[in-house]
Ligand binder design. Structure first.
Ligand code: NAD
Length: 273
């Protein structure tokens, strides 16, 4: 505890948040919640997202990432890990940020080019950063966060203006419970309805489900190999046909249906690779 009166040198933010902009990249579940919190602390909020999304409170969507970076005092990343978001904040984007601004990344470790960030922080361009996620993370408690894991780990740890946390953004008791329920519900919906919303390894499909109340209805899911067999057994059904996008595969499926005298009433085709 400080024993003497200190006005400026030890305070984290030696200015009021009221005049500052938070820039949120990715305005989904978490980004939009952050928007509410930042605004409650008196900050102005701007956000950038690839989708046009309704703003919370008085937040404003900006059309380009560059505009967000040029205007925000605090930039916070909340995008998924995708090829397009890899190194989304690299040297060029760091240069576009305001002098003396701050960067927060609690999304995925691949989103920020950390060597470029280290350079920007050493030069004073970026006043500070808080990171919760890293390209390579220790696999368990007790493992060391050292240069064997990421070549720049000790450089990052040596910075005085950085807060590093061990991927704890979603580690509250409530969040863990919510994740458990969400995953279980996603599996149940897939098994019962063929819905793949939220899947990372399949196209996202949200199908109208046939219910057992509908006359002569049954629901069956096939892989391609079992398709013909399944059609022999049940006459009225909803087929969810998951296949690779290779030439001729739809024809084979159609032929199988024709052979078994199946008349599709509603066909939804999603391309998969
Ligand atoms: N640190 C942690 O412990 C922790 C916990 C939970 C989630 N996460 C991560 O936080 C991130 C956000 O989670 P969420 O639940 O809000 O996800 P979400 O899917 O609800 O929102 C992501 C948003 O990013 C947008 N987006 C996608 N690509 C974009 C791009 N190239 N540019 C701009 N916007 C883009 C999407 O349109 C969407 O609105 C995810 O990467 C997730 O894995 C981390």
């Amino acid at each position: 505890m400080a024993r003497h009166w200190v006005i400026r040198s030890f305070i984290i933010f030696p200015y009021t948040l009221l005049t500052h902009f938070t820039g949120i990249i990715g305005y989904g579940h978490i980004g939009s919640q952050l928007s509410v919190l930042a605004e409650a602390m008196g900050m102005s909020v701007i956000y950038y997202d690839v989708v046009n999304l309704m703003a919370m409170g008085t937040a404003r969507q900006v059309p380009t990432l560059e505009e967000l970076l040029r205007r925000a005092d605090f930039v916070s990343c909340h995008v998924p890990e995708l090829p397009e978001t890899r190194n989304m904040i690299g040297q060029q984007q760091l240069e576009q940020m305001k002098d003396g601004s701050y960067l927060i990344n609690a999304s995925r470790g691949s989103v920020v080019d950390i060597p470029a960030l280290i350079h920007a922080m050493r030069s004073g361009k970026i006043a500070g950063a808080a990171l919760d996620v890293y390209p390579n993370e220790p696999t368990g408690n007790g493992d060391y966060f050292n240069d064997d894991l990421n070549a720049w780990s000790s450089d990052l740890r040596s910075l005085k203006n950085v807060i590093l946390t061990p991927h704890i953004g979603g580690s509250t008791e409530e969040a863990q419970r919510a994740i458990g329920i969400e995953v279980a519900q996603a599996l149940v919906r897939y098994v019962n309805e063929g819905t793949t919303l939220g899947a990372v390894n399949l196209p996202e499909v949200n199908l109208r489900s046939l219910t057992m109340d509908e006359p002569n209805c049954a629901r069956v899911r096939y892989s391609f190999n079992t398709l013909a067999l399944g059609l022999l057994l049940i006459i009225y059904l909803q087929v969810i046909f998951i296949h690779r996008n290779v030439p001729g595969v739809l024809r084979k499926g159609n032929n199988a249906q024709t052979q078994e005298d199946v008349h599709p009433v509603d066909i939804c085709s999603e391309r998969n690779t």
